[in-house]
Every structure is written in C-alpha cells, then in structure tokens.
Design a protein around this ligand. Structure first.
Ligand code: ZN
Length: 103
C-alpha cells in the first residue's frame, strides 16, 4: 500500500545534477548584477523574516532551492538576510516554516 504522505520524508533526495546546479548558480550571479535585483534589494528588507537589515546584508536566495529543482529565474529569487539564508538551506519554504513551528 502506498502512503501518500511519504514524500514529506524525502528531504534529501538530489533531483538535480551538479552540472545543472553549477549552471543555475552562474545564472544567479549574472542576475545579481542586474537593475532588477538592485531594485529588489534596495529597501533592505529580508523576504522571510521581514527585518530591515540593509541592502548590503541581503543575499540572493532561491525560494525553491537549486538542489530541489529550483531555477535561477526572477520569480524564484528573493533577497534574504544571512541568518534566514543559512537556516533555510535546501528546504522548501513550506518545509522550513513547518520546521520552525516544531521548535
Ligand atoms: Zn531574514
């Protein structure tokens, strides 16, 4: 019998090859230089915790992490403070929020 919730426990299955990730990281680096990204960071506010940390302290975060099949496209990239970026790592936003609730 199949358990429909079994996907919840599959956090660490790599979906993407390393060369694919390298390519997406390169794309992200290119996007960082654009005005679009500068405008996104200008308010200096973290997408996740909503704290004002200043544009220089924001990092580029993939909402759907690259290792989970996310792409370096504009609607998958948000400014995050270093703390959130580090905590989130390879989780999907939903998973991360569930994790925080459990604490
Ligand atoms: Zn944050």
């Amino acid at each position: 019998m199949k358990n429909k919730d079994s996907s919840k426990n599959c956090f660490f299955i790599p979906l993407v090859s390393e060369s694919q990730i390298r390519k997406e990281k390169q794309k992200a680096r290119e996007l960082k230089k654009t005005r679009w990204w500068q405008r996104k960071c200008a308010p200096g506010i973290c997408y996740y915790c909503g704290k004002k940390v200043g544009a220089e302290n924001l990092t580029m975060d993939h909402v759907v992490p690259l290792v989970r099949g996310g792409k370096s496209v504009k609607n998958n990239l948000v400014p995050a403070c270093k703390k959130c970026n580090q905590e989130k790592k390879y989780f999907l936003t939903m998973e991360w929020e569930n994790l925080k609730k459990q604490k």
